[in-house]
Design a protein around this ligand. Structure first.
Ligand SMILES: *Cc1c(COP(=O)(O)O)cnc(C)c1O
Length: 344
């Protein structure tokens, strides 16, 4: 048995054997000079999958979102975000650091913003107030336990955005998980957004890399912003070769992660201290609140670790993520560990 069954994140996935071979054999060039055929192939494929004109290969989801915010905003403006979203909470505040705009966090129903609430929070420029210029959505929603945002929210948000001349950026780090769970094609979500970022390095198992897609002029500008942020990569075809495998061969497999997360949730939700509705585990992320008379969250995480299970503490709770590198055996091991720790 492996030392640890790692449920901390789907970012821990290792590249597949096929990816390692593809890296060795990738045709490469200097991508900053526009010469890397493998990166170009990946960008063309990513754009076409999302139904957009162009795409940009970026080193991380955080950089993709940073550029996404930057291309749609300027100083003295404001961005509407969901209060638990990744961009606002987990990306070292690039909104203020890079784009020099203020976030306006709003509450939601499991990650889905109410379009009417957004409408009533849009601010027009005045001598005293920032001007709202962008709405950021997230699907699936990480801190809401991988919840799937309804397509209806996208449609309604587009109406609000068009009414006030706002742009919409989607943090679609796990957009393929959302699509598989809902049956809504990724293009349908993307249709209502001006730009979409999605990650190759999570469940799709690439070692590094994310994509930003949008219209061609915006991606041309985004490419300049990427360079300014130090994200221009030279023989990046070595990495893009993995991305091509992620997008052609790894998407369907995500369904297995959803089944395993549900199985795990159903087996632990009623243990003492855990507050979790297993029906709300729609994709590959479980977030449960934990309040136990004798065991704190750090103690629970330590006890799990002693039994070979790695998980992360988040927002007063615990997060478990399923992915390519945890199988049924790991799930059963985790269930056993939880029962031994909490059922006694
Ligand atoms: C992981 C993640 C990101 C950022 O990706 P990195 O590659 O880790 O920078 C952005 N948004 C969400 C929702 C994520 O889960």
């Amino acid at each position: 048995m492996k030392t640890f069954s790692d449920f901390r994140s789907d970012t821990v996935t290792r590249p597949t054997e096929e990816m390692r071979r593809a890296m060795a054999e990738a045709e490469v060039g200097d991508d900053v000079l526009g010469d890397d055929p493998t990166v170009q192939k990946l960008e063309v494929l990513a754009a076409s999958i999302m139904g957009k004109e162009a795409a940009l290969f970026v080193p991380s989801g955080t950089m993709g979102n940073s550029i996404g915010v930057k291309i749609w905003t300027r100083e003295l403006q404001e961005v509407i975000v969901e209060e638990k979203c990744h961009i606002y909470n987990m990306e070292s505040t690039h909104m203020t650091f890079i784009s020099r705009v203020t976030p306006r966090p709003l509450p939601s129903k499991r990650g889905a913003l109410d379009p009417e609430l957004v409408r009533s929070n849009v601010r027009l420029a005045s001598v005293q107030t920032p001007q709202t210029s962008l709405i950021c959505l997230e699907n699936t929603h990480n801190n809401w336990g991988g919840s799937v945002i309804p397509l209806e929210t996208f449609k309604e948000m587009r109406k609000v955005a068009d009414e006030y001349g706002l742009k919409i950026h989607l943090d679609g780090a796990r957009i393929f998980n959302a699509s598989l769970a809902s049956g809504v094609p990724v293009k349908e979500y993307a249709r209502y957004c001006d730009s979409v970022m999605f990650c190759l390095s999570k469940g799709l198992s690439s070692p590094v890399g994310s994509m930003l897609v949008s219209d061609r002029a915006s991606i041309d500008y985004a490419r300049r912003v990427r360079k300014a942020l130090g994200g221009g990569m030279r023989q990046a075809g070595v990495l893009a070769a993995c991305g091509l495998i992620s997008l052609t061969k790894m998407i369907d497999r995500l369904k297995e992660d959803h089944l395993r997360a549900r199985r795990l949730a159903e087996a632990i939700y009623d243990l003492p201290g855990i507050t979790l509705n297993p029906v709300e585990v729609e994709t590959n992320i479980i977030v449960f609140y934990f309040n136990h008379p004798k065991i704190t969250i750090p103690e629970l995480l330590n006890k799990l670790k002693e039994k070979g299970i790695l998980a992360l503490g988040v927002f007063g709770g615990v997060r478990l993520v399923t992915h390519k590198d945890v199988d049924d055996e790991d799930v059963e091991r985790a269930i056993k560990a939880f029962r031994e720790i909490l059922a006694s």
